[in-house]
Design a protein around this ligand. Structure first.
Ligand SMILES: Cc1cc2nc3c(=O)[nH]c(=O)nc-3n(C[C@H](O)[C@H](O)[C@H](O)COP(=O)(O)OP(=O)(O)OC[C@H]3O[C@@H](n4cnc5c(N)ncnc54)[C@H](O)[C@@H]3O)c2cc1C
Length: 814
């Protein structure tokens, strides 16, 4: 093996569409000293049998970005690398059966327009002009996407591979990675042909990714589904129509019936996502085979029968055709259905680009994102939706299988803002879960922790069906209002298990933290909000910092940020400092409202309740030790009560018993959302993301320019000199029945000038509030704009740069 590469900068394991695209994009970024290992022939995995649909549609901004990029890349790729490809841009028609579905489409049209795509809504009559063979009597409309199409997945992979090779990257076929080991700062990748020393390894092994991850000591949150599509023979009527008009039919997706139907030559390809679905390789008697290259599962048409009949009724032409072939192949799923792209948690210089459910339409964008992670340590677009660190380790194999099946069976389902998916629940329960459940809590999971979303009253509809609406006023609305008003007028308590908490201590802890955050480290006894920026000044995360001692810090952050923030901290933590993840040992109650102090007095709290805002102290309630932190995300007088898990029930009971006569009532996350938008408080990965810099985010008051150095300082200084291009604003919106969802576009003078990042009804002020980003020159209080909500432009006004509720924070400081 004289020619076998013994060293490389990056080794990619897996030669499907995603591995090839990763190699191509690394080479394009100038990293040509890269080797891709494929255990069989390129495309031997899922890529080989994929249908090759390339939609751009997504209700997620980042996934849409990725898919839009892919479609653009594929249009020019064949020419760029001189490898002709079958890529048909046919457009697609996505049928809607309900008002809610049309609302979803209208939202996506708005997002698509903002990304430069010309999506359109079709009336039932217009549908037939695009697709003459479809029954429309029971439809409410459709979405037309002119960018949709289909590509030959093998040709795509080969084209990417050719392009990568042309730039100098290498591909070793029939060369499995059999092991990896760490030697000094290097990885050694073992193969039967020899070893390769490299700086960085990428796991792009598709449905084999879990096996490859084990080489790194990592248990990947994934499972494998079987997915089928059926090919139908030539239909003379379709052939003559197609030849007559000179093009194919657009791809048809009947999303409410859960299938797609694509013209394939002069026949059809029908691909359902059936509810009655089947996982594979998930049991002892169905183990994952050593090798499954270029293989399929046996056909299983019985479970698709309903969809076949439905499609034949929808497009009667289909009933004229003979079924000629069934493809039933493996397709990997994470518990939320999005892939893993980014740093491999807990493992240095290793990355993941695997577990793709839609890896053909996402391969292009995924390669770009992966290459940015590797070469720059950060991505252009915020890619939290695909970040491996969104999973934190509680996702055991059974959970992965159950969630994977749930996602697959609802692949085209609408994701409503108040809906909670029922599978995989109850993984982590608060110490007072039984008590809050008895009070009517309706739960939702946060990093696996069940938290109350709202408290149902006698007679409130708590069915899952009632959650399937875009409307503001679902069955929760009245209860949430009461919860908010209790917080405003008396006191509320929110049980908040699973706050992520890290204790950082040791000589130099404060100097280290100061170099990581934009602002000041609080003095001993005090608390503060800290913002972490990347080198470009973009918002990486936000944490509460409590200075427990001179060199002893407690960092508290969102439940979902546990793995992400821990890795971010560890990535720069010097030797000699210790970081302990104390998340599991503690629980938190938010006690807030004008009577919060009275409640604590009545509960016999042993603490100095006169201590001011942004202080912390160790006190006692019900004889148990409690950290009382004087902050409130709800924007009222209040404390966070942090207690050890074993002590939490006693503390909770004492506070509830003392508070009830004073009007104390429990509240949930929906109420908290309402309360925090009125204060303009940002939420992580909505309002606070790497899509925005600290200055764009309106967080300049958390920047200490006088500090000699902190991460991102140079970029932020340069931005300050230039002036920001867009700026965070709070808007009040004259919305109709629905609050503005994430990424609703903001209009001014007939132009899109920004986007919302949060939107919710503020019960204390009685108005719909949106947080968002607006062109800097328009971010002036009083400016009239419009927010597009499900296709309707609603009048909105830019508010003063102060909270809408309690502008001077007097209630907070009371
Ligand atoms: C029936 C069906 C239809 C589909 N239709 C579509 C569609 O229309 N549009 C769409 O976007 N997606 C579709 N998909 C999904 C799509 O096929 C996958 O998401 C995509 O192919 C994943 O690509 P990948 O590169 O991540 O993985 P794979 O193509 O599975 O590639 C992984 C590669 O890693 C190699 N490998 C594994 N272990 C090792 C090792 N130890 N060393 C070296 N190499 C290794 C494997 O041999 C394999 O070639 C479909 C899937 C199925 C099953």
């Amino acid at each position: 093996m004289a020619d076998f590469p013994t060293s490389a900068r990056v080794v990619i394991i897996g030669g499907g569409a995603v591995g090839a695209s990763s190699l191509y994009h690394l080479a394009k970024a100038g990293w040509t000293d890269c080797v891709l290992l494929e255990k069989n022939e390129l495309t031997a995995g899922s890529t080989w049998h994929a249908a090759g649909n390339v939609p751009t549609f997504s209700s997620s901004w980042s996934i849409m970005n990725m898919q839009r990029y892919s479609a653009q890349l594929y249009r020019g790729l064949g020419e760029a690398v001189d490898y002709p490809m079958n890529y048909h841009v046919t457009g697609s028609v996505r049928l809607g059966h309900s008002k809610e579905r049309l609302q979803e489409f209208k939202r996506v049209v708005g997002m698509g327009r903002y990304q430069g795509m010309d999506l359109d809504i079709l009336s039932p009559d217009e549908i037939r002009s695009r697709y003459p063979f479809v029954e429309t009597h029971d439809l409410t409309g459709a979405l037309y996407d002119p960018n949709d199409g289909d590509i030959d997945p093998a040709q795509l992979t080969q084209a990417l591979a050719k392009g990568a090779r042309q730039m100098g990257a290498r591909i070793e076929r029939f060369c499995p990675a059999t092991g990896v080991r760490r030697e000094g700062d290097e990885w050694v990748v073992e193969t039967p042909k020899g070893e390769i020393r490299c700086e960085i390894v990428v796991n792009a092994a598709g449905y084999y990714a879990r096996e490859v991850a084990k080489m790194f000591g990592r248990d990947l949150p994934m499972m494998v589904m079987s997915h089928q599509y059926m090919l139908f023979d030539t239909i003379p009527e379709l052939e003559s129509w197609s030849k007559g008009v000179g093009h194919k039919l657009p791809l048809l997706r009947d999303v409410d019936s859960s299938y797609y139907l694509r013209q394939e030559k002069y026949g059809f390809n029908l691909g359902p996502y059936e509810g009655n679905c089947r996982a594979h390789w998930d049991k002892a008697d169905d183990p994952m085979p050593e090798d499954f290259s270029f293989q399929l599962f046996p056909d299983d048409l019985e479970r698709l029968e309903w969809h076949i009949n439905d499609a034949m009724a929808r497009v009667p032409l289909l009933a004229q055709a003979n079924l000629t072939k069934v493809i039933n192949g493996p397709i990997p799923y994470t518990p939320d259905g999005n892939p893993l792209i980014g740093p491999m948690p807990g493992v240095p210089n290793a990355f993941e680009a695997c577990v793709f459910t839609f890896g053909i339409c996402q391969a292009g964008g995924a390669g770009k994102v992966l290459a940015e992670w590797v070469t720059e340590g950060a991505t252009e677009w915020d890619m939290w939706s695909c970040d491996p660190r969104r999973f934190t380790g509680f996702e055991d194999p059974d959970y992965c299988v159950q969630k994977g099946m749930e996602v697959y069976g609802h692949e085209y389902a609408i994701h409503f803002p108040h809906h909670v998916w029922p599978v995989g629940r109850g993984k982590k329960l608060s110490a007072v879960h039984d008590r809050t459940a008895a009070m009517g809590a309706q739960f939702g999971p946060y990093n696996g922790w069940e938290r109350a979303l709202w408290y149902a009253r006698e007679g409130d509809d708590t069915s899952e069906d009632a959650q399937r609406t875009w409307d503001r006023e679902g069955p929760w609305f009245g209860a949430v209002r009461e919860e908010c008003l209790a917080v405003r007028d008396a006191c509320g308590i929110l049980d908040l298990p699973g706050f992520s908490r890290f204790r950082v201590s040791g000589p130099g802890a404060v100097a280290w933290l100061s170099a990581q955050i934009t602002g000041k480290v609080p003095s001993v006894g005090r608390l503060g909000l800290a913002y972490f920026a990347d080198e470009k000044g973009r918002i990486v995360t936000e944490m509460s910092v409590a200075r427990l001692g001179e060199e002893d810090l407690l960092l508290i952050t969102a439940a979902t940020a546990q793995m992400h923030d821990k890795e971010w901290l560890l990535s720069t933590l010097p030797e000699g400092l210790s970081l302990v993840d104390e998340t599991e040992g503690w629980s938190t109650q938010i006690l807030t409202g004008p009577k919060a102090r009275e409640v604590l007095v009545a509960a016999g709290a042993e603490a100095d309740l006169a201590k001011g805002w942004l202080t912390w102290q160790e006190g006692r309630i019900a004889g148990r030790s409690v950290f009382l932190m004087r902050v409130s995300f709800a924007g009222e007088l209040g404390w966070e009560l942090h207690s050890r898990v074993a002590d939490t029930p006693a503390v909770f009971d004492a506070v509830m018993a003392a508070g009830r006569p004073l009007g104390l009532r429990p509240f949930g996350m929906f109420a908290l959302n309402s309360l925090r938008v009125e204060k303009g408080y940002r939420a992580w990965k909505g309002d606070l993301s790497t899509d925005y810099t600290v200055l764009q985010g309106g967080l300049e008051r958390f920047v200490d320019w006088g500090k000699p150095a902190f991460r991102g300082k140079a970029a932020l200084e340069a931005e300050r000199q230039r002036g920001v291009s867009k700026r965070f604003v709070t808007l009040t919106v004259a919305a109709g029945e629905c609050d503005p969802p994430y990424m609703s576009t903001i209009w001014h003078d007939g132009q899109v000038v920004g986007e919302t990042t949060s939107g919710y009804f503020g019960h204390r002020i009685g108005k719909v509030v949106a947080l968002g980003m607006l062109r800097a020159e328009l971010a002036v209080p009083g400016t009239a704009v419009e927010v597009e909500i499900f296709g309707e432009r609603c009048a909105a006004v830019v508010c003063e740069d102060a909270p809408l509720w309690d502008a001077k924070n007097e209630r907070l400081r009371a």
